[in-house]
Design a protein around this ligand. Structure first.
Ligand code: URA
Length: 209
């Protein structure tokens, strides 16, 4: 079963409160989502492997550590996932970025893949799939199926706000995928919105309605 990690760092929680506020406008919302994504990237990379290297300081020789070159990939689910990418790239600028686009079939209500573009060596990369909201889990589950179909093996999922139903759906469909969230909210309402949530993350990021 995939583990669930809640990043409850005070800075993350503080910024999350402002993006929940309905009076926060598009510019500030976008900036805050990016900042939260940076802070979450700091936490999610805590277990990256290191290797020892020799370095010469102005004073003496030293043995110190650098990242041991694990290849990372960031996979935003279109479109709201895009709002988290730049914030993550601030900390891991060498990561490759792939994209997965899904739409909801109006008849079956199931997510259908319409765009997938991934790094060519996707099977070697540690992938972080990002989407601000994990509501029913439909899109995240399907996006990760798309990645696995193309050879992806090491996948984590990172979002800002999750509903219990979404976490459950992910754990059932992808028990190998750990989930990293800033907040676990109460429930979904009849329209599929997370309660209390923050509304439609895509609309608030891009100023659409
Ligand atoms: N997607 C959103 O953007 N918000 C929700 O509350 C649920 C799904």
């Amino acid at each position: 079963m995939g583990k669930v990690y809640v990043f409850d760092h005070p800075l993350i929680q503080h910024k999350l409160t402002y993006i929940r506020d309905k009076n926060t406008g598009t510019k500030e919302f976008r900036e805050l989502v990016e900042e939260i994504a940076t802070l979450m990237a700091f936490e999610i990379t805590r277990d990256l492997p290191l290797q020892e290297v020799e370095v010469e300081t102005p004073v003496s020789k030293a043995t110190s550590k650098v990242l041991s070159g694990k290849k990372l990939g960031i996979i935003p689910i279109l479109r709201a996932g895009l709002g988290m990418v730049d914030g993550i790239l601030k900390l891991i600028p060498a990561a490759k970025v792939g994209h997965v686009g899904l739409y909801r079939d109006p008849e079956t209500l199931k997510p259908v893949e319409y765009y997938v573009k991934l790094p060519s060596d996707v099977e070697e990369r540690e992938l972080i799939v990002v989407d601000p909201m994990l509501a029913t889990g439909g899109s995240a589950v399907e996006a990760i199926h798309s990645l696995k179909k193309r050879g992806a093996k090491n996948i984590r999922f990172m979002c800002l706000v999750a509903a219990p139903q979404g976490v459950e759906a992910m754990q059932k469909a992808h028990p190998d995928v750990d989930i990293y969230i800033a907040a676990l909210d109460e429930k979904l309402n009849d329209h599929g919105y997370i309660v209390p949530g923050l509304g439609d993350a895509g609309d608030r990021l891009f100023g659409t309605k």
